[in-house]
Ligand binder design. Sequence first.
Ligand SMILES: Nc1ncnc2c1ncn2[C@@H]1O[C@H](COP(=O)(O)OP(=O)(O)OP(=O)(O)O)[C@@H](O)[C@H]1O
Length: 288
Amino acid sequence: MNDIIKCVNISVYFNTGILRKQTNYVLKKINLNIQRGNIFGIIGPSGAGKTTLLNVLTNQISYEGNVYIDGNDTVNKGADLFKELSLCSVNSGLYEELTVMDNLLLYANTFGKGKKEVSELLLTTNLHECEQKTFSKLSTGMRQRVSLIRCFLNDAPVLLLDEPTSNVDPYTGSIIRDFIVKIKEKGKTIILTTHNMFEAEQLCDQLVLLNEGVILEQGSPNLIKEKYFQQPLLITCTMENGSLIDLEYPKEKVQLSNLIKDQIVLSIHSNEPTLESIFVNLAGRKMS
Ligand SMILES: Nc1ncnc2c1ncn2[C@@H]1O[C@H](COP(=O)(O)OP(=O)(O)OP(=O)(O)O)[C@@H](O)[C@H]1O
C-alpha cells in the first residue's frame, strides 16, 4: 500500500475537573492509513476531536500510540516534521501589519520562489486585487485563502487544512475547494477537517466519520454509501404536469423504465443514503 501516514492506536486525554483529576479521553484508539496523493477527510461535528487529531499528526500535543510518516515515527523527527507536514489554520504564521504580498513573499523566498509564483497563486484564488492590502484588513474568506497559499508555499508533501471553508460564503467556498483540487493535482496529500458533508463528498478520496473521539466509519464516500444502501429504494419522479409518482426499486423497475420511455419526467429523486444520514444513524445525532 502506498500509505504516507499511518496512525496506530492513537488516544488523547485531557485532565479536567476540580484539581484536574478527571481523565477525559477525546480520541480513543484511532487507527488511520492515509494514502499518498489522496484528499483525506476527517469529518465530524464540533467537539468530535478533529483539531486534536491534526495536533497529534503535527506532534503538537501528547498522545498514546504512534504516528508514522513514510514509515518513520514522527516523535523522532523534531522540527524536521514540518518539512513534511504543513498546517493551515486561519491566520497561522501571518503578520497582521504586512500586506498580503509581503506576507506570502516571506514564505515564497524561503522556499526558492518569488513574486511570479505568489501572483499566480493569488490569481488562482481570486485574491489578485488584494495583494497590496494589509492582512489585518482582510475578510475571513480572504484570510482563509491567504493561509492556504502560505501552507502550499512551504513545499511540504502533506498539507493539513483545518476547516478551510468554515465561515466563508458559498462562492468563496467553491474557490477554496477548486484550489484544494489543484493542490492535489500537484501530487500533494491533503488532510482536511470539515463538518460540511457536501464538501466531504465532493472532495475526499477517503474519509473518516469521527464522533466523540471514535471512528464510526471510514473509506471512500462511495463505498461508505454503498455499504449503507438498503433496498427497496424509493424513487420519486416529477412529471411534466407537476405530479409526483413514487416507485419502488427494484420491484417496479419495469414501470420506471416505461415511465421514462413514454412520458416526460422532469426530475428523478431517490432516497439513497447520504453521508449526513449515515452519520445521523451511526451517531444518533446531527452533524451540527
Ligand atoms: N486543551 C484542552 N483541554 C481540555 N479539553 C480540550 C482541550 N482541547 C480540546 N479539548 C476537548 O477535546 C474535544 C475535541 O476538541 P477538538 O477541538 O479536537 O474538536 P473539533 O472536532 O475540532 O471541534 P470544532 O469543529 O468545534 O473545531 C472537545 O470536547 C474539547 O473541549
